[in-house]
Design a protein around this ligand. Structure first.
Ligand code: PLP
Length: 487
């Protein structure tokens, strides 16, 4: 385990020394040099051997703990986790280029969206719950009731902020995630997409730079492109999110107009920063006077004991614009989302008025009644259990069918899986072949303004597990193996 001169040089030169050290320990576990259940080298020993500080070694071990590679035992140190060898490794932390980029993805994203909405394909492409998981029957009835009882009355413009009853219901739910909002703090939008677009437009001008996670949701990249903004992608850990050191470096060296991060279960990695990390990111943003736009669209789909706390609830005084919608939980087709713009309310409202004037009164009214009648939490409990099961089965199937060297994310919420294949694989080529087999997935290159995720894919687990989905994964595994052999 003695460090070679080259290893030590790498460790000292890299700005991410704890990650280098974490990768080193992971290799020892994978090669069975360190066996499951055995004691990992002590912090003092490893920091001496690898030429790092004790603090760096501790940070590396904490990262490995998050990744499920090591377990901390009270009074006893760190041990190799028992099931490590049975699980696929998590993807590595991303290392995007440190300069802002223009985005040029729109035509690809439009085409992908068409395929992802094609009901004849196995639906691994679009991050949307399958229709039979939505509260369809109840919502249908509430929509019909709203049309029947007050259809004429509702057939007019809403106030610019949208249906007040729905805003009251949303404000009532805020304490569940630690927030305090009044109905007047909220503007209803056409999905989270409009919320994010309004936030970006309120804060930036064409040519400005927005710092984002890498990889990130392709719809966001598309919006950045259409608004003529630049994307600065930040190194992002597949478990714990944006690296605060990298953010600090970016804020010191670049002119960043705003950041846009997921509050939880980033699409596509599934990562969620801890409360401590979120507070640290907010502290850095406050220090550099850079506002944050947070996208909390997956927040209600958590598998743990507690819903992750959004940034704006952790520090209500911070300059944060909060965005979310019902699209991932109950009603993607109702196109209803919301934004809490904080101190940017006036600019957001002006833009809302300019672009869409008003919301959709009937869907907003049906959703208000749906929340008021109390079925939403039961529905959430049901779909969380299904998504969790889907993710688990899908990641096991990837382990069975995909070649060695495949890595897979470990989301603790949401319903997308990020799969990192051996570097020689081009998932755009694979996408064409998969379509011929009637299967859709999202190729990795659309999740970045650079071409760096061309060997990755995102699989949606929004459809309950079935033999058809298992067969599709087996076919994808064959296609990947064939592609590897052909190279
Ligand atoms: C992270 C993220 N934000 C926003 C959206 C768009 O949401 P909506 O359908 O509410 O516009 C999506 C949809 O996939 C998403 O994954």
């Amino acid at each position: 385990m003695q460090a070679t001169r080259r290893d030590t040089a790498v460790a000292q030169d890299s700005p991410y020394r704890y990650q280098e050290l974490a990768d080193f320990i992971t290799r020892l576990v994978e090669s069975a040099t360190l066996l499951p259940g055995s004691r990992a080298p002590s912090l003092r020993q490893i920091s001496r051997e690898r030429g790092t500080s004790l603090a760096t070694a501790l940070k590396a071990y904490r990262l490995l703990e998050d990744r499920g590679v090591l377990e901390a035992r009270p009074q006893s140190g760190f041990y190799v986790a028992g099931n490590t060898r049975a699980r696929l490794e998590a993807p590595a932390i991303s290392k995007p280029p440190s300069s802002p980029r223009t985005v040029s993805l729109s035509s690809v994203v439009l085409r992908l969206f068409e395929y992802a909405s094609d009901p004849s394909l196995v639906p691994l492409g679009c991050a949307v719950p399958s229709p039979d998981l939505l509260a369809a029957g109840r919502l249908d009835r509430l929509l019909a009731k709203a049309a029947r009882n007050r259809g004429v009355e509702r057939n007019r413009y809403t106030v610019p902020k949208g249906d007040r009853v729905l805003r009251v219901e949303l404000a009532r739910r805020a304490p569940r995630w630690g927030g305090t909002l009044s109905p007047e703090d909220l503007v209803l939008t056409c999905g989270c997409t409009e919320a994010l677009t309004l936030a970006l437009q309120a804060l930036s001008r064409p040519g400005d730079t927005i710092a984002i996670e890498s990889p990130t949701y392709f719809g966001l990249l598309h919006t950045i492109e259409v608004l003529n903004l630049k994307a600065l992608e930040l190194p992002t850990d597949p478990l714990s999110g944006v690296d605060p050191e990298a953010l600090e470096q970016a804020l010191q060296t670049r002119s960043v107009t705003a950041c846009l991060f997921s509050s939880s279960f980033n699409n596509p990695l599934g990562c969620t920063p801890s409360d401590e990390r979120k507070l640290e990111l907010l502290r850095l943003l406050g220090k550099h006077r850079v506002p944050l736009i947070e996208d909390d669209i997956y927040g209600d789909i958590f598998f743990g004991q507690r819903r992750p706390t959004p940034f704006n609830a952790l520090d209500p005084a911070a300059d944060v614009i909060y965005c979310s919608s019902f699209s991932k939980t109950v009603a993607p087709g109702y196109r209803t989302g919301w934004i809490a713009p904080g101190r940017h309310m006036q600019r957001v409202l002006e833009r809302k008025m300019a672009f869409t004037l008003s919301g959709l009164p009937l869907p907003q009214s049906a959703l208000a009644e749906y929340l008021a009648s109390g079925g939403y939490d039961r529905h959430l409990r049901r779909i969380r259990a299904i998504f969790r099961d889907n993710l688990e089965r899908m990641s096991q199937a990837v382990g069975r069918f995909f070649p060695q060297g495949t890595r897979v994310s470990r989301p603790s919420g949401g319903f997308v899986l990020w799969v990192e294949l051996p570097k020689r694989i081009d998932t755009r080529e694979l996408f064409g072949l998969a379509l011929e087999h009637g299967i859709c997935f999202a190729p990795g290159d659309v999740f970045s303004s650079t071409k760096r995720y061309g060997h990755c894919m995102r699989l949606s687990c929004g459809t309950p597990w079935s033999a058809g989905i298992e067969r599709a994964l087996e076919t994808l595994g064959h296609l990947v193996r064939d592609a590897l052999e052909a190279r």
